[in-house]
Design a binder for this molecule. Structure first.
Ligand code: ZN
Ligand code: ZN
Length: 321
């Protein structure tokens, strides 16, 4: 239901993130429930552990590695595979992508992809759950994630993957992958502390860097695609939304910054449509396709390239004033 249709004593505040949050907390339909809605608060509070366990290059390296691997699992797996079916893979690698994506504590693959399909269907309209154009930057970035209303998975939006029991399991018990990562990092840190003390790391330090810091960075990289890429950047295609292309965001998110390209042609595996539009996720998928792990990668259509050339030519023809 559209929140503007709801019967509420007070009208929805036009401005102010905290006033909007307070409105939601009073509203049954769109209730903000910090405790049960998402692990978001827990992860951010966990950053305080960075103050207690110090620094080591091993911890920083593991945090970076986990960022790269998990952003890839989200962009290549949760997004380009589960949301858009833009390539094919086997049942085991599908599960591996879902599991690694799951360690970034963004709920399950079915929940994520079902919401993302909804976003493409209603981009930047009143029905879009996380449109910065409609509800402001903070709401689209994190606000909607705190809502109990959006915590459930609409399986009817994703019947193609909901038929796999192992994916439904990951969706239902979405806390398992991040908790396994947490435990694994702690045990690895303890092992290194005991057997390689020269590295200067510990269980607590690997948890602080590899789990809390890395996960929070993955969060904000992902959230930027919902918020910033509908606000900042250039528009190659005249899509029915405010999606934009941005090289900076493409570098941070391993290719997702070409969001205007993506909204124009979501079934393409590749989001950087030209060689200069750096798209790390696509390059990795390409290598995986040479290895036979993924296949049927879908390129942008010829019609899309023609349209891009025509729009560029039309723009160049407009005299500068
Ligand atoms: Zn979008
Ligand atoms: Zn998409």
């Amino acid at each position: 239901m559209n929140m503007n249709d709801q019967q509420t004593a007070t009208p929805y505040p036009e401005k102010g993130f905290f006033r909007q949050l307070a409105w939601h907390m009073r509203n049954d339909e769109e209730n903000v429930s910090l405790a049960e809605s998402s692990p978001l608060m827990f992860m951010h509070l966990g950053l305080v552990t960075l103050l207690f366990f110090g620094f080591s290059w091993v911890a920083a390296g593991i945090a970076f590695l986990l960022y790269v691997v998990r952003v890839f699992a989200l962009t290549g797996g949760y997004h380009r595979y589960f949301s858009h079916n833009s390539f094919k893979t086997g049942r085991i690698s599908q599960f591996v992508l879902a599991f690694i994506g799951g360690t970034s504590a963004q709920l399950g693959p079915l929940w994520w992809a079902a919401h993302h399909r909804h976003h493409h269907q209603h981009s930047d309209t009143e029905l879009d759950i996380h449109s910065p154009v409609r509800r402001g930057f903070l709401w689209s970035h994190v606000g909607w994630l705190l809502c109990r209303k959006y915590a459930t998975t609409e399986l009817k939006r994703i019947p193609d993957f909901a038929r796999y029991p192992e994916l439904r399991f990951l969706d239902r018990f979405h806390a398992i992958p991040p908790l396994m990562l947490l435990a694994g990092l702690y045990l690895l840190g303890r092992y290194l502390d005991i057997h390689h003390p020269g590295l200067g790391t510990s269980g607590g330090q690997l948890v602080a860097w590899g789990f809390f810091l890395s996960t929070v960075l993955v969060y904000h990289a992902t959230f930027c695609i919902n918020s910033v890429t509908h606000m900042v950047g250039t528009r190659r295609f005249k899509t029915n939304d405010e999606s934009r292309n941005s090289m900076v965001l493409a570098l941070i998110t391993m290719g997702e910054g070409w969001h205007n390209n993506h909204h124009r042609y979501p079934v393409s595996t590749r989001q950087g449509f030209y060689w200069w539009e750096i798209d790390m996720t696509y390059y990795i998928l390409k290598v995986l396709s040479w290895m036979g792990i993924v296949w049927d990668l879908r390129p942008p259509s010829e019609q899309v390239y023609r349209e891009a050339e025509e729009l560029a030519a039309a723009e160049a023809a407009v005299p500068a004033n």
